[in-house]
Design a protein around this ligand. Structure first.
Ligand SMILES: *[C@@H]1O[C@H](CO)[C@@H](O)[C@H](O)[C@H]1NC(C)=O
Ligand SMILES: *[C@@H]1O[C@H](CO)[C@@H](O)[C@H](O)[C@H]1NC(C)=O
Length: 387
């Protein structure tokens, strides 16, 4: 018996004898397999929006999955009128509700931009944060907006303008999910991070300590030179995905817009619940090569997952990686999900059922044959089936 399978057999025995957590921490065990795939949105179908982009995915306290995207009405451009499209699954992704449009942005000429979804596990609320007039193209004032569902995503309340509390700076949340701190410091806090305009770019976090009622500005990691146009290789941290680590720190995987230092991911860490992002905690992860794009990250029971188009120059080759050392190193094994055009992505998992839910993670991503914005695809990944 080769060492690897012997170790796997020992781990299996330990799993059987003790607890599932023994299994989860074993690198030998993780061997992901694409288990189910469904296209949730297809761009340009008759009677539908021109283009669906910017996938967001979350699980709710009740164990539902909610998928969101921008339904761009007339063109594939970032600027322009859109709906926020949503679909909901109450059976772990096997079937989905028809698309509902939870906002039509014809109020604002530039349209809206997604966005970050955050679930408050104490109240059960689902909160969606988005920007209007982010690009300040046909309108002057950029606003940060919020809408909330208190019934597991079935209905949505009034849209609130958070810029009255936060100021009117251009802020594009995510794209991805926000977090609710599970551990101290600042247990219970909602942390939503995003980026600024191209000149005033950087990673900025907004925080709420009262379940999304009031918000204030937290950490800022500014681009250099700040508020000036950028050149190739300038320091320009952009779209980002925060995740909470088991020690209560927050790691943020950040788009390296101008390829400063490498064509790879910027990683920053907050030790104070999103109030600051000290430069001492910043590094570049040379394993996570990246074409400058929004990417997905997820922390699940001690294993860190990362997904992006793993290519330095092109948005192709969507690849899932995992780390057993909180991102210090990545396992040599990885899962190539789609070799072709692939774009933005977002990951989530469920943790309601202790046996079944530990086996799966879920990914929503932009997938195409010629262009990555042809469809938005939902994947259910079995973490232990591929061996
Ligand atoms: C949001 O509030 C700010 C500050 O009061 C205001 O300037 C902006 O126009 C508002 N945005 C929307 C969409 O109502
Ligand atoms: C796709 O990603 C895998 C994993 O990093 C890598 O080995 C492979 O060379 C990549 N292929 C392309 C075309 O980028």
């Amino acid at each position: 018996m080769e060492t690897r399978s012997r170790a796997a057999a020992v781990t299996l025995l330990l799993c059987a004898l003790f607890s599932p957590s023994v299994c989860l921490r074993s690198s030998m065990q993780i061997k992901p397999l694409l288990y189910e795939e469904e296209l949730l949105w297809v761009s340009g179908m008759q009677g539908e929006a021109n283009t669906y982009r910017i996938p967001l995915l979350t699980s709710t306290s009740k164990g539902s999955l909610l998928a969101f995207s921008e339904a761009r009405k007339m063109s594939s451009a970032d600027v322009g009128s859109k709906f926020i499209a949503m679909r909901r699954s109450t059976d772990k992704g096997a079937t989905w509700s028809p698309t509902s449009y939870i906002l039509d942005d014809n109020i604002a000429p530039d349209g809206l931009n997604l966005g970050a979804v955050v679930v408050d596990r104490e109240t059960g609320s689902v909160i969606l944060i988005y920007a209007v007039c982010f690009h300040q193209y046909l309108c002057q004032t950029s606003s940060t907006m919020m809408v909330e569902s208190r019934d597991d995503g079935l209905s949505w309340g009034q849209h609130r303008n958070l810029s009255q509390m936060l100021g009117v700076k251009s802020f594009a949340p995510g794209p991805g999910f926000g977090i609710q701190k599970r551990y101290n410091p600042a247990k219970g806090r909602l942390v939503v991070c995003g980026h600024g305009t191209l000149a005033g770019d950087g990673v900025f976090c907004i925080l709420s300590d009262d379940h999304g009622h009031s918000w204030y500005n937290g950490a800022a990691l500014k681009s250099i030179p700040y508020n000036h146009d950028k050149k190739a290789q300038d320091f320009n941290p952009d779209e980002c995905q925060p995740i909470e680590m088991p020690d209560g720190s927050i790691i943020i995987y950040v788009r390296n817009q101008n390829n400063y230092h490498c064509r790879c991911r910027i990683v920053v860490r907050s030790l104070d619940g999103g109030e600051s992002l000290p430069i001492d905690e910043l590094y570049f992860d040379s394993t996570l090569i990246d074409p400058a794009i929004a990417a997905g990250a997820l922390q699940k029971e001690g294993v860190l997952f990362f997904v992006n188009p793993a290519n330095e120059f092109h948005r192709v080759n969507l690849t899932l990686r995992w780390s057993l050392s909180n991102g210090k190193s990545w396992e040599r094994d990885n899962l190539q999900i789609w070799p072709g055009p692939s774009g933005y992505s977002c990951m989530t998992s469920l943790d309601n059922d202790p046996i079944d839910d530990q086996k799966f993670i879920y990914i929503l991503y932009e997938k195409g044959h010629k262009d990555y914005d042809e469809t938005i695809s939902f994947l259910k990944i079995h973490l232990y089936a591929g061996r």
